[in-house]
Write a protein that binds this ligand. Structure first.
Ligand code: FE2
Length: 292
């Protein structure tokens, strides 16, 4: 059975962004809707949401582009960008006439370097976002319950620790003008028919088991990775078919302790770079500028 650990809002996060009319806001999580079950992989949001799922093949990472195209400025954000595909992502943003305002991560990745640093150096004004619990640096640190607005659309932040201490899931808003079904960007907390490993970065199978969230069954699941070619799932599907999370906690812990996975090959490079979520390139550039 999937369970939800509802984290309470502990602080208001105010966006210093001069762009968004709606700053990041901390708010009590609204009650879940009770929509009928569907397996549709196409969220309907009228003509507001532009959504693209992008893939980086070396680390099998998905980057997500979301924008409010009904807003005059077409504000956009990227979730989990990868350094190697920043050029592609930014050309797409440009081609579509979007204004990128946020580059955000679901957690401190260990298998690739985030693209936030490169993005910030190429697109002035973009702000990096990561959870406060990750203990990383970023322009904006978010907590469970916070809302991240881009135009009239928003993402809610939910705490889903266990793969790492600071993992969060970003979920599209609950409201009449927000995408339906809702879309959950789960990072590595919940993968399609799997979940992230729990043996590094403060991981804990107990925490992961507790923190895997419940949302309406029709909620679309968009993970940070897929290694088999799957692109999307739903909460309902994972409740039925996820081979790990359908087990009781003891069995789940046992599975996670016996995965015998190799040491993550990028961890020693990726984690230090990702702990500064985009800020390292900025300071490097500034140092360069001063010394040249
Ligand atoms: Fe990860």
């Amino acid at each position: 059975m999937l369970r939800l650990n509802l984290l309470r809002v502990s602080a208001v996060v105010r966006s210093p962004s001069h762009f968004s009319a709606h700053p990041i806001q901390a708010k009590q999580r609204p009650a879940m809707g009770s929509l009928s079950y569907t397996t549709s992989s196409k969220p309907s949001s009228g003509d507001k949401l532009l959504f693209r799922q992008l893939f980086e093949k070396e680390s099998s990472t998905y980057t997500y582009l979301l924008a409010d195209v009904s807003h005059p400025d077409k504000p956009a954000l990227l979730i989990d960008p990868v350094d190697k595909t920043v050029e592609r992502d930014l050309s797409l943003v440009k081609e579509l006439g979007l204004k990128l305002i946020y580059a955000m991560n679901t957690h401190v990745h260990a298998d690739h370097v985030t693209g936030t640093g490169l993005i910030k150096s190429k697109v002035p004004g973009v702000q990096s976002i990561i959870s406060k619990a990750s203990k990383s640096k970023a322009d904006l640190l978010v907590e469970a319950g916070d809302k991240i607005y881009f135009g009239d659309l928003f993402l809610e932040v939910r705490g889903t620790p266990g793969h790492t201490l600071g993992c969060v899931t970003y979920v599209t808003g609950d409201g009449p003008n927000q995408p339906q079904p809702r879309m959950a960007f789960t990072g590595d907390a919940l993968l399609i028919r799997g979940c992230g490993r729990t043996d590094f970065q403060g991981g804990s199978s107990h925490e992961l088991y507790k923190s895997i969230f419940t949302l309406p069954k029709e909620t679309l699941i968009y993970p940070a990775h897929d290694y088999k070619g799957f692109t999307v799932s739903t909460v309902g599907e994972e409740m039925l078919y996820n081979p790990r999370l359908t087990k009781d906690e003891e069995t789940f812990k046992n599975i996670m302790e016996n995965l015998n996975l190799p040491y993550p090959k990028m961890i020693d490079v990726a984690v230090p770079a990702n702990m500064v979520c985009g800020l390292q390139d900025f300071s490097a550039k500034q140092v360069e500028a001063v010394s040249n």
